[in-house]
Design a binder for this molecule. Structure first.
Ligand SMILES: Cc1cc2nc3c(=O)[nH]c(=O)nc-3n(C[C@H](O)[C@H](O)[C@H](O)COP(=O)(O)O)c2cc1C
Length: 182
């Protein structure tokens, strides 16, 4: 567990999106542990549609921030994140085409969300900050990380050591507002 957390729910309560990083590098072993947590995530039909591109190379990170983020929201802070992981979705006939046609549920997107949050929570346990970046241009991400057309980028997540004072807890709806007990 994180130094200041004794339980899973404390870890979750502690996490906030981190938008200011120290420039210190993240040890490769930490990133590998995060990827292991993501690799073991559940997925519809166990299709494991997630693919990850781990970007630590500075030029490539800067290209992602400056060419693959949608303009309009100031996200220059991401230039300092020493690690950006791109989440890509490998298309499959069963879970992408057949199952959603019957049920209307986008299973691979759910799967990617679960795997991405495993990355985030493992990072949190290691004391690393993270921030999901969904405001992206998927085509540019694919081109920059060199994925083939069969892999659809769905999100980026920045990781790194949080700069001092970088903890701002945003409000949540109450349990009553979001839950119905039957
Ligand atoms: C799918 C997804 C996409 C997001 N995209 C962005 C983004 O493009 N830029 C950003 O600064 N934060 C982004 N966020 C972070 C949210 O703004 C943040 O999680 C939310 O405001 C709650 O704050 P907290 O994470 O600090 O608790 C995203 C979060 C998720 C889960």
């Amino acid at each position: 567990m994180h130094a200041s957390c004794n339980s899973f729910v404390e870890l979750v309560k502690n996490r906030t999106s981190c938008r200011a990083y120290k420039t210190d590098p993240v040890p490769r072993g930490h990133i590998e542990l995060m990827l292991e947590a993501a690799r073991l995530a559940p997925s519809a039909c166990n299709k494991q549609p997630w693919r990850f591109a781990v970007v630590t190379d500075q030029d490539t990170r800067l290209r992602l921030v400056n060419e693959a983020f949608i303009a309009g929201i100031p996200m220059k802070w991401a230039e300092n994140a020493p690690v950006i992981i791109a989440l890509g979705m490998e298309r499959s006939l069963v879970t992408h085409k057949i199952a959603p046609k019957i049920s209307g549920v986008e299973y691979p997107l759910l799967d990617l969300g679960i795997a991405g949050e495993h990355l985030v929570l493992q990072a949190e346990e290691l004391g690393l900050g993270s921030c999901w970046i969904g405001w992206i241009k998927p085509k540019e991400v694919r081109q920059i990380v060199g994925w083939p057309r069969g892999i659809e980028p769905v999100s980026l997540i920045t990781f790194g050591w949080p700069a001092d004072g970088e903890r701002k807890h945003r409000p949540r709806l109450s349990a009553d507002e979001i839950t119905k007990w039957i």
